[in-house]
Design a protein around this ligand. Structure first.
Ligand SMILES: [Ca+2]
Ligand SMILES: [Ca+2]
Length: 371
């Protein structure tokens, strides 16, 4: 009897207090504008409690549902407020910048896996939900660093799974030329081999398409071996993947997938997205400012710049490599349109460069290839 009275008393006590507003969300970031998020009400409250949510910057901006679904229309960081009210009072929980978009990274980009933990913008996805995933390893490619990323197919039979490393979102809108380069080390266990696939998505991760796949002996960097593979500095190879097909895409994700076959350890390091980016805002197809042309192109020790439409005055030439670093610059005094200037390019290593001509804040960029 005493127990029943106590229960009745406790039930009454709970019912006679103001609610405590609390909530969580299905994920506190979203991939791209237009994505929706499911909010989950975790308030301590009686069934008569009503709710008002405030989602500034989202649709809907206000909701009275218990567990609303909300869409965010543009990149940014957003506050969320929940007010829970019943006849005994009301409680407000405010979380500043609680929701944010997955930030877009500008090109070029580099991940060398040298930090103590993987950058939060790079995500590990556990296919098979088996706890076997890409992880940091204590060996760096070519002895350039001390860490890389590894997948252990030797000690884990997770055949058929495709565990992924997902990159941040990259913007190729103003890319004039782009390629992906990375270092890989792998060995085949006799009779068992694994593969590496690289995929890209231009629809915020809804779908991915393959841009690279190699496995077995094609991927291997040393002859078959049954021991626990830890590459030394000579057992790496650098791979290059052309990214021309992504020019103009503003939100591109990539995945590096280990396709497991119970084979051997696979290592990745120094993943770099190299690009020539048109920072003038004028694409290569846009209006040339000064009518710059150059020949020969590809060039050797010397090349000639002609400025067909340049007004007389002071001009600057800057030549950048694929990492955006200035490798050459020169000052010109142009006396007449159509003037040709010779530039000594013999000190530049073979490869692709961006030559930028500027004058009074206006710029024109052209691609230059050194052979
Ligand atoms: Ca490294
Ligand atoms: Ca897994």
């Amino acid at each position: 009897m005493l127990a029943i009275l106590l229960l009745l008393y406790m039930d009454k006590a709970v019912a006679q207090v103001a609610p405590q507003a609390d909530f969580t969300v299905s994920g506190n970031y979203y991939f791209c504008p237009g994505d929706t998020l499911q909010f989950i009400n975790q308030s301590v409250a009686d069934s008569a409690t009503t709710y008002t949510w405030f989602f500034p910057g989202a649709f809907p901006p206000v909701s009275h549902l218990k567990n609303p679904v909300v869409a965010y229309g543009s990149d940014g960081a957003y506050d969320v407020t929940l007010v829970a009210t019943n006849q005994y009072g009301s409680d407000t929980t405010f979380r500043p910048h609680y929701i944010h978009s997955d930030p877009v990274q500008s090109l070029p980009g580099l991940e060398d896996f040298e930090a103590s933990a993987l950058s939060p913008d790079w995500k590990i996805e556990d296919d098979g939900n088996d706890g076997v995933v890409w992880h940091l390893a204590a060996t760096g490619s070519y002895n350039l660093g001390h860490q890389s990323l590894a997948f252990d197919n030797l000690n884990n039979n997770v055949s058929g799974t495709r565990d992924a490393l997902r990159t941040p979102k990259f913007d190729f809108t103003h890319a004039l030329s782009a390629r992906l380069r990375f270092d890989v080390a792998y060995v085949v266990y006799p009779g068992y081999s694994d593969s590496l696939a690289i995929l890209a998505s231009v629809d915020c991760g809804e779908s991915y398409f393959s841009i690279y796949q190699k496995g077995g002996e094609d991927l291997a960097t040393i002859p078959d071996n049954t021991g626990f593979f830890v590459p030394d500095s000579s057992q790496w190879r650098t791979e290059t993947v052309d990214l021309d097909q992504l020019y103009g895409q503003d939100e591109v994700y990539f995945k590096f997938e280990n396709i497991a076959g119970y084979g051997q350890l696979m290592y990745l390091d120094n993943i770099r997205f190299e690009a020539l980016v048109d920072n003038t805002g004028i694409t290569a197809q846009g209006t040339p400012e000064f009518g710059v042309s150059l020949f020969p192109n590809p060039a050797g020790a010397q090349c000639y710049f002609t400025l067909k439409d340049a007004a007389p005055g002071a001009y600057d030439l800057r030549i950048c490599n694929l990492l955006g670093q200035t490798v050459y610059n020169e000052h010109w005094n142009i006396s007449q349109p159509g003037q040709t200037i010779s530039v000594q390019t013999g000190d530049l290593s073979p490869g692709l460069y961006m030559a930028e001509v500027s004058h009074l804040g206006r710029k024109e960029q052209v691609k230059l290839v050194i052979r």
